[in-house]
Design a protein around this ligand. Sequence first.
Ligand code: ATP
Ligand code: MG
Length: 406
Amino acid sequence: MATDNFSIDDIFKRALNKTSIFKDRNVLRSDYIPDKLYFRDEQIRIVAETISPVLHGARPSNMFLYGKTGTGKTAVAKYVFSKLSQIALSKSIGVRFAYVNTRMAGTEYRVLYEIARDFNIPVPHTGLALSEIFDRIFKNLSRDRFSGLIILDEIDFLVKSHGDDLLYELTRANERLSGVFISLVGISNDLTFKEYLDPRVLSSLSEEELVFPPYTAEELKVILADRIRLGFQPNVFTEAALNLAAALAAAEHGDARRAVDLVRVAGEIAERKNLAFVDEEQVREALLKIDQDRLVDALRSLPLHSKLVVLSVAGLKDNVSTGAVYNNYSQLCKKLGIPELTTRRVSGLLNELSMLGIVSAETVSLGRQGRSKRPKLLIPLTTVKAVFSNDPVLFDLVKYVEDYVE
Ligand SMILES: Nc1ncnc2c1ncn2[C@@H]1O[C@H](COP(=O)(O)OP(=O)(O)OP(=O)(O)O)[C@@H](O)[C@H]1O
Ligand SMILES: [Mg+2]
């Protein structure tokens, strides 16, 4: 539909004629792995040394890499694997490499499927028992005399959603392989999953452990300057904007992903406004947009009962207490005709929501009556309403909350 000042053809025409402020957007994606990884020589060296025995046919120790989000764990692991696989290929060394992000894979079947696929072992998309896929992997490696190196990224997801059976099998694989072996590199930014692991699996996975520290603002500046040089036309991204993006990402927790996201989104904002430069103002706008998007994503992907708890907190009036949250929650469950969770589970959900920064649960003293939590919504009610109004189950309840809120 074209109006006086809007025509889709014009947009595309402009896009064709205009030289973009971007030189190469790809390098600003957060899964892009640059040729040069700064400030990670030590980590690269340790990972490389740990897995290098594979080059003379010995089994490398399993490794566990951890550190906060955006500290370069995935980038370093993939970088070392890709260098090693080039050498292994050129010297015809019998080793195959697999990379699986267990959060993106989702199911145990998919994790094993992706390992088999990276090892060039045919396995159907669905339908086999997990034990059958294991058998095929082990038989193929033994028969073709290939060892396997496997990166299990975001391994906490696998363990928290499916327990440690699959890891147990993988860490015990060497008992079933003859002449070849399987070694693992596990990666996580969340250490709480260790509680879900059998002690034998834990000690096997953590034969070697390596911590990735957060980046400082100065380090982030170097990392960003490089990405800006590759991603933008010369002299487009101002020095002041670069400094601000590095400082903002460092203030969070030295997160390089957030730093790169800030730069990319600031560029997109400048481009949309037809600006020739990206300055501090666009970085500030980018920060707001990223935070907003993150909250919306977090809200949208909550399980149903957590969403109901958010709505229950949103509907609190003067009586701010966990009891009042539970009352609202149980009314909402009745409206939907679904069984309620126990108060204990609801209070567990409240804790999870407070860890996500959606609800605050400040504790206040009630004198002799002990202490009580005062749940409060930390995000604008308008955001909650906007997200839940698009939810096929919840959109009716949003109206109901509106009634009892105002
Ligand atoms: N040392 C570095 N030099 C250059 N770029 C880096 C460096 N470390 C991280 N990056 C970039 O920052 C982004 C995030 O890095 P990465 O994906 O490795 O983080 P991570 O530690 O795996 O985080 P998460 O725990 O969230 O998965 C990527 O775009 C990556 O290319
Ligand atoms: Mg990662």
